[in-house]
Design a protein around this ligand. Sequence first.
Ligand code: ATP
Ligand code: K
Ligand code: MG
Length: 671
Amino acid sequence: MTRENKTNLFEKTLVQTAFKEAFIKLNPATLYKNPVMFAVEIGTAIMLGVCFWILLGETSQGSFGYNFSIFILLLFTLLFANFAEAIAEARGKAQADSLRKTREETPAKLENGETISSSALIKDMMFICEAGDIIPTDGEIIEGLATIDESAITGESAPVIREAGGDKSSVTGGTKVLSDRIKVKVTTQPGESFLDKMIALVEGANRQKSPNEIALTILLAAFTLVFVIVMVTLKPFADYANVPITIGALISLFVCLIPTTIGGLLSAIGIAGMDRALRANVITKSGKAVETAGDIDVLLLDKTGTITIGNRKATALYPAIGIEMEALEKAAVLSSMSDETPEGKSIIELVQIDPLKYAIQHPIFINFSAETRCSGIDFDQTRIRKGAVDAIKNLVENAGNTFPNEIQLKANEIAQNGGTPLVVSQNEQVLGVIELQDIIKPGIQERFARLRKMGIKTVMVTGDNPMTAKFIAEKAGVDDFIAEAKPEDKMNYIKKEQTEGRLVAMMGDGTNDAPALAQANVGVAMNSGTQAAKEAGNMVDLDNDPTKLIEVVEIGKQLLMTRGTLTTFSIANDVAKYFAIIPALFITAIPALKGLNIMNLHSPETAILSAVIFNAIIIPFLIPLALKGVPYKPIGASALLRRNLLIYGIGGIIVPFIGIKLIDIFISIFF
Ligand SMILES: Nc1ncnc2c1ncn2[C@@H]1O[C@H](COP(=O)(O)OP(=O)(O)OP(=O)(O)O)[C@@H](O)[C@H]1O
Ligand SMILES: [K+]
Ligand SMILES: [Mg+2]
C-alpha cells in the first residue's frame, strides 16, 4: 500500500525552498551540467553587457528598456527551469525525509546493558530489542524471533514475524518490536543505508543521470550547438543583406530556437520519476533501474516468501511402514535441533518434544542449504537427515537401499495439494515424511493478470518439488514455473532470457536469490529479506509485495513516456518561433519573406518580446505535467505512442502560435 500522497504538488514550504534554490542554481559551476540552460545563461550575461553598453551611450542596439526587458525575460527563463528542478528535488526530499523520520535518534541497547544513540551504531555491532522497543537502525536478526509492527515503513500495521535464519531475518530502523526479544547485527554504516542512497538520488546535483537522460542531454546539447552556428552565420548574412540585426534580436532568436522547454524540465522529470517510486514504497539505487523496469518482458518470482506468505509450517508426520511414530518424531526433532529455518522450527513446534531430552553427546549439525536441499545431525554411529524428496532419495539409493513406495506416494499426495514434503532418513533408511504447508498471498491472481495485460510473462522459480510448484503456480496464476531450482538455475534462466534479448526482473527475499537478483536487469529484494538479497538487487520493496513490480513497471513506463512527450512538445513548439521571429527580423529588408509573416505581429520588437515571453512561461506551465507524469494506461505501447505524438506533437505546434499572438496583442497595448 503506497503512503497517501501527503505533499500535494505545490505545498507552501516546498515552494519557498524551491524558490530560494532557483537562485542558488544560477551558479554556473552547477548549471553547466545542463548545456541548454547554460547556453541561456550565457545569452543572459551578454544581454546584461548590452544593457551596460547602452548605458555607456551605445545607440545601435535599440532602447535600454527593450534590451533590459529581454535580459529580465531570459533571467526568468533560467529561474523557471531551476525552479522546476528545485521543486522536484524538494518533493523528493520531503518524501524521503518522511521515510527517514522513522530513523530518528533512538536509543540502542547493547548486550552489556548500556544504551547508546542509534547514530553511534556501526556495521556489525550487535544490539538487543525487546517488546516495545523501536529498532534503532537496519539490521539482521541473528538470535531469536519477534513480531514487529512495520507500519512506520509500509503503512501496514499488521504485525509481521521476523526471525533469525531463513529468509525473513531483516529488520528496518524505525519499526517497533511488539513481542519477544531479538539480538540484531547492524548491517549498514550510518548514512549508507538504502534509504540514504535513495535520498542522494532524488536530491542534489550529484544525482547520477540515467543512460536515457544522458542520451537526451547530449542530443539537446547538439541541437544547441547547431543553433550557435546558425546565429554566428546569420550575422554576416544580415550584414550582406544590409539588415541591421541587434544583439538582443540574435540572442532572443537563439534562446527561442534551442530546446529550452525540455532542457528546463528534463531533470525535474527524472527526479519526479524516482519520487513516484518512493511513493510506491520502493527504494531504488539508480534511475536506470526505474527506466529499465518500464521495458521488462519477464518477471521471475521466488515462491516461498514472495508468492506465498513464506513461513512454511510442519502440519503432519507420516511414518514409513514398519516404523514407530515415536522413532520418526525423535528423528524429525533431532534433525531440527539447530535448524534456524522457519521449516525446522515448525517441526519442533509440531512434535512438542524438547530435543535436549535425548541428551546427545558431541552432535555434528548439518545446516540446511539450497544446494544440498537437506539438513540434519550426526552423532555416535547415527546419521539423521531431512530434506527434499529427490535429495533424500539420492542419499538412500546411493547407499544401496530402496526408497519406500508408500512414502513416494504420500509425498506426491502432499505435493499435489500444494504442500512441501520433507523426507526423514536415519542411516540412509527412510523413516517417514513430514508435511509442510504454505499460504499463497491473497489477491495475487488479479495482480498477475494485470502484469500479463502489460505484456509481462510471470515465471515462478522455486527450489521446491515439481508437484508442489505446479499446484502453487496454478493457484497463483503465473504463466510458467521452474521447480527444484538451485540458486544457479535461477541465474541461468535469467541469462538465457537475456541472451534472447528479453529484459528480466526478479523478485526474491532469500540469500539463495542473491545471484539471480544481481543478474536480473531489475532485481527487487523484499525489505524483510536477507541483507545479501538486498545488496544484490537494485531495488528494495518496503512492502514486501511480490507484485509491486506492477507499480514499478508503470512508473518506469510513465517516466520514459513523460520524457518523450515533453521532448516532442518542446521541439514542436520551437517551430512556431520561426514564423514569429524570422519575419520580424527580415520583413522590412526582404519583402519576399512576407509569406512567412502569417502571424502578422504588431512590430519586430513586440514579436521578439512575445516569443521570448512565451518561451519563458511555457516552462512553469508544464511543471505539473513533468512532476505528475503523463497519464499511463496499460494499452499497447504503439497505440500509446501514437496518441501522445498526436496530442503533444500537434499541440506543441499550435499552442505557441496562439500563445505568442495573444502575448503580442497584449504587450502591443503598451507600445
Ligand atoms: N530446513 C530445511 N531442512 C531440510 N530441507 C529443507 C528445509 N527447508 C527447505 N527444505 C527443502 O529444500 C527444498 C529447497 O529449498 P529452497 O529454499 O531452495 O526452495 P523453497 O524454499 O522450497 O522455495 P523458494 O526457492 O521459493 O524459496 C525445499 O523445497 C524443501 O523440500
Ligand atoms: K526554446
Ligand atoms: Mg526458500
